[in-house]
Write a protein that binds this ligand. Structure first.
Ligand SMILES: NC(=O)c1ccc[n+]([C@@H]2O[C@H](COP(=O)([O-])OP(=O)(O)OC[C@H]3O[C@@H](n4cnc5c(N)ncnc54)[C@H](OP(=O)(O)O)[C@@H]3O)[C@@H](O)[C@H]2O)c1
Length: 275
């Protein structure tokens, strides 16, 4: 578990939902996968209004039906909807699709043309009326975070959800230390680089040493740091079980050193990458 700035604890290993609900034939497995994840304690679920045009939220709603109180539910407003009124309306649509009365965390998906003050104002209103419990951002670099926290109400930001995995280490130079110093957890998206890390020889070598899988090594590596939450997506129940077991994998100093050689940490600032 890791603490939000409010002190509330959330699981460090959750589940993503991008590319769920895109194929009818996969639906039963995808719902089973999310439910299994809940059974195994991966109770943070990340979704967004844009995933499968709302269908990922609907599928999530179906998966958590009757279990809403077990879940820390995260969704996101798209930047083109993130005006004062647009955010409130988008949230209401998301709640309907998710068949719930509240989100635990609502994020601005990425920065768009609408002034941040408007989105913050809408988030504050949504909190006042009980439709969301916390708000945060996604794909914000340090300069965006600095601007955000300088605005009235901006200090209430609860997380920054960003791309972070072995092949995308830029945030270690600046964004990650900045967030950790303020007690703001990072939510690492695409923690296994959408599957592209699975065939890597260095990752495989570490996995072999532990009798583990490359996915587990990639996840254990992201989770080696306090204040980092990982949200792998899987619509395959066996993969969800495998991902959950990554919480038991402790990487050694040798493992970390080998992975550092294969995927060097940043030596200077790099612009935040996005997928
Ligand atoms: N804020 C943003 O801008 C943003 C951007 C990207 C992603 N996200 C969020 O982060 C979540 C995760 O990122 P992602 O979906 O891009 O990539 P990811 O979690 O790194 O990788 C997902 C892919 O890996 C496969 N996979 C998962 N576990 C596996 C395992 N144990 N063994 C083998 N294959 C495995 C999945 O296939 P199966 O389904 O078959 O397991 C899927 O193809 C998203 O779903 C979304 O919620 C947010």
């Amino acid at each position: 578990m890791t603490a939000l700035p409010s002190g509330e604890l959330v699981p460090v290993l959750g589940m993503g939902t991008w590319h769920l609900a895109e194929r009818r034939s996969r639906r039963d497995d995808e719902i089973k996968a999310l439910r299994l994840g809940l059974d195994l304690g991966m109770t943070l679920i990340d979704t967004a209004e844009i995933y499968a045009d709302g269908a990922a939220e609907e599928l999530t709603g179906e998966a958590i039906a009757g279990r809403r109180n077990e879940v820390f539910l995260v969704s996101k407003v798209a930047p083109f909807n993130a005006s004062r009124r647009g955010t409130v309306a988008a949230c209401e649509r998301s709640l309907k699709r998710l068949a719930t009365d509240r989100l635990d965390l609502y994020l601005l998906h990425w920065r768009g043309p609408i002034a941040l003050e408007e989105t913050i104002g809408a988030f504050e209103e949504l909190i006042r009326v009980g439709k969301i419990r916390h708000w945060g951002v996604s794909n914000f670099d340090v300069s965006d975070m600095l601007e955000l926290v300088s605005l009235p109400g901006g200090e209430a930001v609860t997380t920054d959800q960003v791309l972070y995995n072995l092949t995308r280490r830029g945030i270690e130079h600046d964004l990650l230390p900045w967030c950790r110093a303020r007690g703001i957890p990072i939510m690492a998206y695409s923690p296994i680089e959408q599957g592209r890390l699975l065939g890597d020889a260095a990752v495989q070598a570490v996995a072999d040493r532990h009798g583990a899988t490359p996915a587990q090594v990639a996840l254990a590596w992201v989770l080696r740091l306090d204040g980092v939450i990982a949200i792998p997506k899987s619509g395959t129940p066996a993969h969800v079980r495998e991902n959950r077991a990554a919480l038991e994998l402790q990487l050694s100093e040798l493992d970390i050193a080998e992975l550092d050689r294969a995927f060097p940490p940043p030596t200077g600032p790099r612009p935040l990458e996005m997928l």
